[in-house]
Design a protein around this ligand. Structure first.
Ligand code: F6P
Length: 544
């Protein structure tokens, strides 16, 4: 599956329904630079994955406009066509006040849901004030989507944990909308999730969707189990669906990916070559002829950057002969810096880098080069290209697209991937050297193994990983999701169908005390039967 094929699949869909993508993070942001205003792409796995899809299918992407020049380039409806050089889709921006951003993005999304879902021993923090703001902001996104779709039938594709309540708001306002949500982070087990003070509301929100996707089956199972033990809903383990209010939500795994073909082409471009030369200059003469170990991450406590540094330190302690023969290049994008834990992890990393360089460095060789900056797409590709080894040491990660991008960029067929077994990517990239980032000894051993790995073995592993990413590329991900939706809903006869379902829902809610009957009805009966039940109960005066 490629961009063209996905585009033609959507040509049919778009005759019947508008297509709208919604996320917190926008695919492009605008900043003032010396020459005027320029558009940049943020460091975001979500954007890496979704942008090729929206470019292939067209439509509108609704997201939070958060950069300094974002307001200067939009029209009256807050819309701008992108990408600038060859516009293929519309970005519609939603504005938030600093207080709203604080409560919704920093507060509930990243101090509460992010640590709650990742389970990496960072405590989630909950605040009722933040929760109220989170609700309001989800409503704001809902109003924007409703305005965007007007009276037309539409498929709304919602992204991630920032917008858990949006599907319910949309469902209540427009029962006929076709709603899909993809949850880009792990879904934890029920024991971990149950401490979330508004767990029922979040689950009810997500069950407003027709289709809810996670990266892997394990997260789907966790979700089904969480719902079963938390909410009044019928969980059908045979079909992986959940019935609430008379309507099903299908829960499915869709391992996300990257644009394999395009990354391969871009990796060979002259701009990547220039960036590579610039890195080589930055690393200096000490790095010449050494094996280059690369890390490329947002600075986040889930990414295992200190663990990686400790592993590298141990590698050098145990193998002094590797001094002057290995160099670690760590690209690190600052992220969520207003949150205390992110400030702390940043300090920890800087101290570790300093310590390792002091302990092992020997002029002009410096073991670790820590480049804290927003490195653009081409710079990251350049780093992958010059790497002998790429290290992904996440303590927990829904998928991790660094791993897949690296593999896609290595058109030369060489390079070793060290990959945490706690990433979604580890399920597909079984030819990586899988590691437990909590085990520093094992990590140092794996780094040594990568150093010594014979070329023939490196190429064999890389070829298999490339075949996997090529097959399950980002367009294939998009195809699977939309085909699954189309198997479950009918585009077109939306309004009347919606009315029936709404009526069934109202019966179910009124019958709520008689739970066993409700479960039976939700699962087995057509809405025609429910209409009769509704009439009978209303006629008998049972429901007033
Ligand atoms: O992994 C979840 C996620 O939302 C990604 O989709 C995205 O790449 C990353 O977090 C970035 O987060 P933020 O948008 O907060 O910078």
């Amino acid at each position: 599956m490629d961009a063209l094929a996905l585009g033609s699949l959507f040509a049919g869909i778009k005759k019947k329904a508008k297509v709208v993508v919604v996320s917190n993070r926008q695919p492009w942001f605008h900043e003032r630079v010396a020459e005027g205003i320029r558009a940049f792409r943020p460091a975001s796995g979500l954007v890496t994955a979704l942008e090729p899809i929206i470019e292939a299918v067209g439509g509108t992407w609704i997201a939070h406009g958060s950069a300094s020049a974002d307001r200067l380039v939009v029209d009256r409806k807050n819309r701008v066509r992108l990408p600038e050089e060859n516009p293929r889709f519309t970005l519609r921006r939603v504005w938030l006040t600093p207080k709203e951003e604080e409560g919704y993005y920093y507060g509930i999304s990243n101090k509460a849901l992010w640590p709650l879902c990742h389970i990496v021993y960072t405590k989630p923090r909950f605040s009722r004030k933040d929760w109220e703001i989170y609700r309001d902001v989800n409503r704001r996104f809902s109003d924007t989507v409703l305005d965007e779709v007007g009276d037309s039938p539409a498929i709304v594709f919602i992204q991630d944990y920032h917008l858990a309540l949006l599907p319910r708001y949309l469902r209540n306002a427009r029962p006929d909308l076709k709603l899909i949500q993809f949850w880009h982070i792990p879904w934890p087990n029920r024991e971990a999730f149950r401490i979330f003070p508004w767990s029922e509301e979040v689950l009810d929100g997500l069950l407003g969707n027709d289709l809810l996707g996670f990266h892997i089956q394990y997260h789907c199972n966790n979700f089904l189990d969480t719902v079963e033990k938390t909410l009044e809903a019928m969980v059908d383990y045979e079909n992986f669906s959940i019935y609430r209010g008379g309507r099903p939500t299908y829960i499915r795994p869709f391992p996300i990916s990257v644009d394999f073909g395009q990354i391969g082409i871009d990796a060979g471009s002259s701009i990547v070559q220039e960036k590579k030369e610039s890195f080589i200059r930055q690393l200096g003469p000490g790095a010449e002829g050494t094996k280059i170990y690369v890390g490329a991450d947002r600075i986040d406590y889930t990414k295992g950057i200190p663990e990686r540094l400790r592993g590298f330190d141990l590698l050098l302690q145990r193998n002094p002969d590797l001094k002057r023969r290995v160099t670690l290049l760590q690209l690190a994008a600052p992220s969520r810096t207003q949150i205390e834990e992110y400030g702390r992890i940043n300090d920890e990393i800087e101290n570790l880098v300093e310590e390792i360089n002091r302990r092992h460095g020997a002029d002009p060789w410096k073991p670790v080069h820590f480049l804290r900056d927003h490195h653009d797409y081409h710079a990251v590709l350049a780093a992958y290209h010059m790497a002998d080894v790429v290290m992904v040491t996440s303590l927990h990660d829904g998928m991790n697209l660094v791993a897949k991008e690296f593999v896609a960029a290595r058109t030369d067929g060489d390079g070793v991937l060290l990959l945490s077994q706690y990433t979604g990517a580890a399920r597909e990239l079984t030819d990586a050297v899988l590691i437990n980032p909590y085990d520093t000894d094992q990590l140092a051993d794996a780094m040594l193994r990568a150093f010594r790995m014979p070329e023939e073995e490196r190429r064999r592993r890389m070829a298999r990983m490339r075949a996997q990413v090529e097959k399950n590329n980002i367009y294939e991900w998009g195809r699977k999701i939309f085909e699954e939706l189309l198997k479950r809903v009918h585009l077109g006869k939306s309004r009347s169908e919606a009315k029936q379902v709404a009526m069934a829902g109202s019966v179910i809610r009124r019958l709520n005390p008689h739970l066993a009957a409700v479960k039976f009805l939700t699962l087995r009966c057509s809405s025609a039967i429910l209409k009769k039940v509704h009439a009978r109960l209303t006629g008998n005066g049972v429901m007033r």
